[in-house]
Design a protein around this ligand. Structure first.
Ligand code: NAD
Ligand code: LMR
Length: 328
């Protein structure tokens, strides 16, 4: 039997948490032979703690053979103690009349504290995925608040955008979604993101050539992928949860177990590639192997793509300067 992996999930009693925990405990994220210990964080308010207690009761009632333990807490240092993986899902949602800037500042406080707690008590190799919005900037704040941890281990979730783009492209190009390789979503998890299928293929056929419709790319594909989150909120009255949890599982599974040569999109701190300033958490194409990711480098950037990348970078830079004063 393998040693259990400790997985922290924040916001564990929320909608994404409910769609996520049972799949982690059943082995879908780390493998069917990998025991896990779940360390769950919720707000220190009665309603949230009661809901968390209920979720833990349900986890127990599943009798998952791979679930080697569950901890529920309102203390980040308990939740993150020795964790190998941290899924930071809990975040302050946008309230009525709240500006984007206010949301940024409210979440900056949460992610400063959680970054510091990870820095203090997590495994030195902890892999961190930030799901809570604004995901890229929250990941940046957590990374900056954890100076003793490797910055490369702080990532933001763009996998949902990647998966959304795969589905839209598969339908348009009339290919199977699983056959598509070489897709990228550049930038911020926000409507400025740039889903890019210039290099995408299915069974060796280039999909840009196959689709051959620049108008569809600019006026349907890119805005539809970028605004998909809002469309789900409009339709459901709630933000995406099952698909977000699924993307989080895809992100961590590929990071830990490898993407078998496939490009996947991860929000990772830039190493300066493509002119993205070092440290900005940006969606890039990566491949993953042996628990490490490698940026796909030296791709051609044409004028259209450069403009799109500049736009999403400008938004991230604006977010970064909005929280700079909190980071010292
Ligand atoms: P939710 O409101 O259902 O659940 C969030 C939970 O987090 C709540 O139970 C709340 O009590 C808890 N929480 C809030 N602040 C916390 C803190 N400081 N510590 C611990 N727990 C805390 O929301 P949800 O639908 O599960 O979504 C969670 C986040 O994920 C939101 O920010 C949402 O916008 C974001 N999201 C991101 C993506 C993405 O692709 N990156 C996709 C969908 C949703
Ligand atoms: C999503 O992409 O579904 C979410 O990030 C949307 C949101 O604003 O919560």
């Amino acid at each position: 039997m393998k040693t259990p992996v400790r997985v922290a999930v924040t916001g564990a009693a929320g909608q994404i948490g409910y769609a996520l925990l049972f799949r982690i405990a059943s082995g879908e994220m780390l493998g069917k032979d990998q025991p896990v210990i779940l360390q769950l964080l919720e707000l220190p308010i009665d309603k949230a703690q009661a809901a968390l207690k209920g979720v833990i009761m349900e986890l127990e009632d599943c009798a998952f053979p791979l679930l080697a333990g569950v901890i529920g807490t309102d203390d980040a240092e308990v939740a993150f103690k020795d964790v190998d993986i941290a899924l930071l899902v809990g975040a302050r949602p946008r309230g009525p009349g709240m500006e984007r800037k206010d949301l940024l500042l409210e979440n900056a406080k949460i992610f400063t504290a959680q970054g510091a707690a990870l820095n203090k008590v997590a495994s030195r190799d902890v892999k961190v995925l930030v799901v809570g919005n604004p995901a890229n900037t929250n990941a940046y704040i957590a990374m900056k608040s954890a100076p003793d941890l490797n910055p490369r281990n702080f990532t933001a979730m763009l996998r949902l955008d990647h998966n959304r783009a795969l589905s839209q492209l598969a339908a348009k190009a009339e290919v199977a979604v699983g056959d598509i390789e070489g897709l990228i979503v550049w930038g911020n998890h926000s409507p400025t993101m740039y889903p890019d299928y210039r290099f995408a293929t299915a069974n060796g056929v280039n999909l840009k050539d196959k689709v051959g419709d620049a108008d569809w790319n600019a006026n349907t594909f890119i805005p539809q992928v970028g605004k998909r989150g809002a469309a789900i909120i409009e339709a459901r009255g709630l933000s995406s949860a099952a698909s977000a949890a699924n993307a989080a599982i895809d992100h961590i599974r590929d990071w830990v177990l490898g993407s078998n040569g496939k490009w996947v999109t991860m929000g990772v701190p830039s190493d300066g590639s493509y002119g993205i300033p070092e440290g900005v958490i940006f969606g890039f194409a990566v491949t993953t192997q042996n628990g490490e990711y490698t940026l796909v480098k030296d791709l051609e950037v044409d004028d259209f793509s450069q403009k799109a990348i500049d736009k999403t970078l400008a938004e991230l830079e604006e977010e970064r300067s909005g929280v700079a004063h909190l980071l010292g």
